[in-house]
Ligand binder design. Structure first.
Ligand code: ADP
Ligand code: MG
Length: 687
């Protein structure tokens, strides 16, 4: 076990708790907690040479000191170092400080230099007596949290660094391939990054091009690749049911479909069929743009599974989506004699009991539902295929839970579907453990959606346009934003818009849908809209995924500037499902500002320029960076802390090449490496 810096026998102090919160449990975690920036206490500068904005350390004589009583009470001190003067300002001060800063005293001060009317100024500088020893290395400043003082954290990190086991886990010959000299071993690289010598170029430290940084980033990427490769190999040793379908049932389903599969659908169906016909669990991500037709692919996989005598489960993130899937799948599969069961959180106890019994007995061959599917009470008789729709909406723990519904030591095959494609660079790094199938074409006959970006000041024109659409027998979605901090505000927005539209369109049925409505009410609203009686549906983002009403041809998104790109794309995908020309209006509001911010403008522009989900994901990544992009999709997944998959692509390539060699030739080192970097998180990454 790695040494822990805190003893568990005694209650934790505040700072110890804060360390835990930062995930700094082991000595190695502390050693890997690298500075955000550095302060230079190694030298003194002359006031003549300092520049505004820099943090400077200066020694001089106190030429003047007074407590100013008018306005803000403050201590004002003039420091003179012989080359110039600087005004020191303190808004809080104690008698001891006044004594230290008495006129005539020689002092050393350190703080940020500001300009201004009074000439050079420092606010609340650190004050020490002049003449003390200078630091020999730069002083690290660590990322911290409330309740964890920098000084405490510095000592803890130093202690961690001293105690951590830091022998090299990557053989030197591999490091030479990326130009890293063996001199920069782990201990040296880390010691250096915590306490760089003053002669180093701060630029190389800041842009992370210094060999010590390169070493750290290479190590981190290697840990990530090793851990994913390990889980891939572990999975290859597991056993799963062989799901080889007789072609008969599949053919009957195909014949009953009102359309022909696209070439892309046919290709991914073949990829999936091959996978599930092997006795090793499939772990596949099916990505395809909104409307690409992923559901029918899932249905074909389900048929293969059921035909082989096993159960299949399909989990969707919302009740609305689960309902739709259920209706669609019953329509397709019931005529083939397949029993489809249904499980959600809002079900009546009696119905639920019946469903649970059907599932446990194996009579239910396909089970469609929400998160309710992964609860403990749900016992499958022989689950062999789990399909997770809109997988990015589920947490890692939920995906793990579905996988753990094992039967007789056999692991189910796992098919995850998403309409939010993962750009290639990220896929290689974060999902190296997954196989990916991509539907890269839309079914024929779709008319592209035209997207317009419109200022909210022109709302009346938009409402007039709605009227025109309704007259042509079309239906409209009007989406209001989800404000996470305040569901209440969220609702106001939607209810107000609902009232406004109801008043403006007296002859039209205008409905309202939001997440806090009771489920039966939601269902009632959805069915009125699906059946075409309701002309306009005002909703929060509950309709984001999966909702399929082909007659809806216009979507208005209010406060579009508040949405992420991928989310806008998902929402927009609710229209353009039929043959009619469809449009999406992105209403933006600038609030009190004269115009939209740069990023928001760029985002909305991207939406108007392309309908291609892959292109949108790429731009989203570009605008937001991998941290946020991934953060939004997979809360809980361990992120890369130091490396950047785009900037450090050459290191990622190296890590990908090296990982299998390491596992084969140096398994013990590989193990040690993963443990060092990922500790307890490795399990989580495998989900
Ligand atoms: P998504 O990939 O977004 O989940 P769906 O599976 O909901 O897309 O499919 C969108 C619509 O396209 C559905 O109405 C579906 O029945 C229809 N569809 C699927 N495949 C085809 C096809 N090959 N040709 C025509 N329509 C199709
Ligand atoms: Mg779908």
């Amino acid at each position: 076990m790695p040494a822990s810096i805190t003893s568990t026998a005694q209650p934790l102090t505040g700072p110890q708790k804060a360390l835990r919160k930062l995930g700094l449990n082991r000595a190695i975690d502390l050693a890997l907690h690298l500075p955000l920036r550095y302060e230079d206490e190694t030298r003194l500068v002359k006031l003549r040479e300092v520049r505004e904005g820099e943090v400077a350390q200066v020694e001089g004589r106190v030429a003047h000191a007074e407590v100013k009583l008018s306005g803000h009470r403050q201590l004002l001190v003039t420091l003179d170092d012989g080359t110039g003067t600087c005004l020191l300002r303190f808004f809080t001060f104690y008698p001891s400080m006044q004594k230290a800063l008495a006129v005539g005293n020689q002092v050393r001060v350190r703080g940020e230099i500001r300009g201004g009317f009074a000439g050079l100024t420092m606010m609340h500088p650190v004050v020490k007596p002049a003449g003390g020893e200078l630091a020999t290395a730069l002083t690290p400043v660590y990322p911290t949290v409330a309740g964890l003082p920098q000084a405490y954290l510095r000592r803890a990190v130093q202690a961690g660094l001293t105690r951590a086991e830091l022998s090299d886990t990557v053989p030197a010959e591999y490091l030479e391939e990326i130009g890293l000299h063996r001199l920069w071993n782990m201990r040296k690289a880390l010691s250096f990054l915590h306490h760089p010598t003053p002669d180093v170029s701060l630029a190389a430290l800041e842009d992370h091009s210094h060999p010590a940084w390169q070493r750290l980033k290479a190590e981190e990427l290697l840990a990530q690749q090793l851990s994913q490769l390990q889980s891939r190999r572990e999975r290859a040793r597991l056993r799963a049911p062989v799901l080889a379908a007789t072609p008969l049932l599949t053919q009957r389903l195909m014949a009953a479909l009102p359309f022909q599969l696209t070439a892309a659908q046919t290709r991914v169906v073949a990829e999936i069929s091959q996978d599930i016909a092997r006795p090793v669990p499939m772990h596949r991500l099916l990505q395809g743009d909104v409307g690409a037709g992923k559901t029918v692919v899932a249905a074909l996989a389900a048929v293969a599974c059921i035909d082989a005598g096993w159960q299949c489960a399909l989990m969707a993130p919302t009740e609305i989506l689960a309902t739709q899937h259920f209706a669609k799948l019953v329509g397709w599969l019931h005529p083939l004699g397949i029993t489809v069961a249904w499980l959600t959180g809002s079900q009546k106890a009696k119905e639920r009991r019946e469903m649970l019994a059907l599932i446990a007995s194996g009579q239910a061959q396909l089970v469609v539902g929400t998160h309710a599917l992964i609860q403990d009470k749900v016992q499958f008789k022989n689950l062999a295929l789990a399909v997770i729709d809109e997988q990015h909406r589920f947490g890692v723990a939920q995906r793990l839970a579905l996988r753990s519904k094992l039967v007789d030591e056999l692991e189910p095959h796992l098919l995850m579907m998403t309409a939010t494609p993962i750009p290639r660079t990220l896929a290689m790094s974060y999902y190296a453990d997954l196989d990916v199938s991509t539907i890269d074409e839309l079914p024929p006959g779709r008319t592209p959606i035209i997207t317009k970006v419109v200022n909210d000041a022109r709302r009346d024109e938009v409402i007039a346009r709605i009227r025109g659409q309704i007259e042509q027998g079309r239906q409209i979605y009007w989406v209001c934003p989800l404000i996470e901090e305040s569901e209440a505000l969220d609702l106001t927005n939607a209810t107000e818009t609902h009232a406004q539209l109801s008043a403006a369109l007296p002859s039209v049925m205008v409905g309202l849908l939001h997440s806090r409505m009771p489920v039966p009410e939601k269902k009632a609203v959805m069915s009125l809209f699906s059946a075409g009686q309701m002309g306009v549906l005002v909703s929060t983002t509950v309709i984001e995924v999966g909702v399929d009403v082909p007659n809806a041809s216009l979507m208005v998104i209010e406060h579009a500037e508040r949405f992420g790109l991928s989310q806008l794309h998902q929402l927009r995908g609710r229209v353009g499902r039929g043959a009619a020309a469809s449009a999406c209006v992105l209403l933006y509001s600038t609030g009190d500002a004269p115009r939209l911010g740069e990023t928001a403008r760029e985002r909305l522009k991207a939406m108007a320029e392309t309908n291609d989900g892959f292109e949108i994901a790429r731009r989203d990544l570009e605008i937001r960076g991998p941290g946020e992009f991934m953060g939004a999709r997979q809360s809980g997944d361990a992120m890369l802390r130091f490396a950047d998959v785009i900037e450090d692509a050459h290191l990622l390539d190296w890590a990908r090449r090296l990982a299998p060699q390491m596992l084969d030739q140096h398994p013990a080192l590989a193990e040690q490496h993963v443990l060092r970097w990922l500790g307890g998180k490795a399990e989580f990454l495998k989900a």
